[in-house]
Write a protein that binds this ligand. Sequence first.
Ligand code: PNS
Length: 160
Amino acid sequence: MIHAVYPGSFDPLHNGHVDLIRRASCIFDRLTVAVLHNPLKDSALFTVSERLDILSSVTQGLPNVKCDKFEGLLAAYMSTLGARIIVKGLRAISDFEVELQMAHLNRQLNPQVETAFIMTATRWSYLSSSRVRELASLGADVSALVPEASLAALQRKFAQ
Ligand code: PNS
């Protein structure tokens, strides 16, 4: 039984993330999508609980996918779950450089853990949560870029 973890900020969840969750859920027996709770980072648009609500509604049709939050080291969180695979999406070489470093460090911290990279779908390879936040904050229509739950949450946030 292979239990994988897809960690991230998901602030907010976009279509590239959703595609990756679907594809990873077909490869691994169990997939935990884990939202990083970083109490020191106050620049997030959505609270961890808002991000988990979005994730839960988007993944409710995927029986082997669970959503969770974690704090601190990912390598330690992997041990608490007994999970051995970290799933990461790669959009471009620039992602690879950062991710390669993190994969080596995570394996040094927890030698049981391997990182598996999945190439982001071509159609979402330009997408990032920071661009989605920027576009939505400036009033652009991001309905083609994010799932319905993220869109509704963005509309609520920027209507305030
Ligand atoms: O969606 P993001 O912001 O690119 O995700 C980054 C994330 C959460 C995967 C990464 O920052 C992380 O693993 N943070 C947990 C703290 C940690 O373990 N840091 C050392 C990594 S080598």
